[in-house]
Design a protein around this ligand. Structure first.
Ligand SMILES: Nc1ncnc2c1ncn2[C@@H]1O[C@H](COP(=O)(O)OP(=O)(O)OP(=O)(O)O)[C@@H](O)[C@H]1O
Ligand SMILES: [Mg+2]
Length: 359
């Protein structure tokens, strides 16, 4: 669009300039000899490409592209055009089988059975939800997948790797990223810097080339920056990019944590209560981001959430736990009507919904 309008305006400017020059230098001769229209045409053809080249060179700068979301805040930022996520992050549609397989894992803490025989698998382009009452073992499962806890029994395979006993940073390198139930960002740093930290395992150059800003270092830095800027646009947090995280509302901090996980280019994304404490609008925004991530990147997503409306809307499959034990696994509609799940967990929620309806 910028290019087309650049050509049009510069073409007009070139034609006016040509007409002015022609009128001054050849006006009388042109009229007498009758080649005035032809000279005009020749000049037009000569100046056309100039307009095109100039439009290519200055077009984007002359026509700043409004960034998605920025208008609502009365800003017109000179940032690149709003991007789709798959323009800056790789799409993962190359694995047809499960990307992660959890096989009969058990985890105890001094007699407390946090996880008691849990088995499930997640595929690409799947949102797999884990639900259950407080203390059911949901976060413990995330801690086992990401290498923070080591189950005493069972296996966890991710893209052909056995994760049990592997260090958390190695597991992150393989492509497992997560958000936390209680936000874990660097509050005294800016949004941009927090997101850039998510790129640290994609930094492959050494200190020497970083100091010299030599070829590879500067290319990688530019790519990391482009990924982070793309994520900022995707999550519609442009106006917070230079803000300190500690100063931002809770809902925005949750979004930034999702952004940092995305910056790691995950193949498996673990989201621990991404909408806890959010209002309805913030919840809907987050639900939209999660479905867009699934659609655009086609990665596997494990969602732990107490917001049942969100779980039932988004999840492809749901696992319900109680005291570390799996009590049901199936499609959202099956889980919602499963008597064991209703008794152990959903009953409470239903009672609250009924009270709300009669209030
Ligand atoms: N590091 C730990 N040390 C001792 N006990 C732990 C530890 N981590 C978890 N537990 C216990 O394991 C059980 C499962 O905890 P977990 O945090 O996984 O539950 P959850 O399903 O995530 O609950 P919530 O919905 O409240 O977040 C709880 O009884 C908890 O107290
Ligand atoms: Mg938890």
């Amino acid at each position: 669009m910028a290019l087309v309008s650049g050509i049009v305006w510069l073409g007009i400017a070139a034609a006016v300039a040509a007409w002015a020059i022609l009128a001054r230098t050849t006006g009388a001769i042109g009229e007498r000899k009758g080649y005035h229209p032809r000279a005009f045409l020749v000049l037009g053809l000569l100046t056309g490409p100039v307009g095109l080249i100039a439009a290519i060179l200055i077009g984007p700068a002359a026509h700043p592209v409004p960034v998605r979301g920025a208008r609502a805040h009365g800003e017109l930022l000179r940032l690149p055009r709003a991007k789709l996520l798959h323009e800056v992050l790789p799409r993962h549609d190359d694995v047809s089988g499960p990307i992660v397989e959890i096989d009969d894992i058990h985890l105890s803490f001094a007699g407390v059975k946090a996880i008691d025989g849990v088995t499930f698998s997640v595929r690409n382009s799947e949102i797999f939800a884990v639900i259950g009452p407080n203390g059911a073992g949901k976060t413990s499962i995330f801690n086992c997948i990401s290498g923070v806890y080591h189950p005493q029994q069972g296996a966890i395979r991710f893209m052909g790797h056995d994760l049990i006993g592997m260090r958390p940073d190695r597991i992150a390198d393989l492509g497992v990223a997560r958000t936390f139930q209680n936000i874990e960002l660097f509050p005294q740093m800016t949004v941009l810097d927090n997101l850039m930290l998510g790129r640290h395992q994609h930094v492959r150059y050494g200190t020497f080339s970083a100091m010299l800003r030599a070829g590879r270092a500067s290319r990688e830095e530019a790519r990391n920056r482009a990924v982070v800027e793309g994520i900022i646009e995707f999550l519609e947090i442009q106006k917070f990019r230079k803000s300190y995280v500690a100063m931002l509302p809770y809902g925005i901090q949750k979004r930034i944590e999702l952004g940092r996980a995305l910056a790691m280019e995950p193949r498996l994304l673990l989201l621990d209560e991404p909408v806890a404490g959010m209002n309805l609008e913030e919840t809907e925004d987050m639900a939209r981001f999660i479905t867009d991530i699934k659609r655009e990147l086609q990665i596997g997503i494990v969602l732990v959430e107490h917001d049942m409306r969100m779980v039932m809307d988004l999840a492809d499959h749901v696992l319900a736990l109680d005291f570390g034990k799996p009590i049901a696994l199936g499609l959202p509609a099956e889980i919602q009507s499963n008597p064991d799940v209703v008794r152990a967990y959903l009953g409470e929620e239903h009672a609250i919904a009924d009270e709300g309806a009669t209030a």
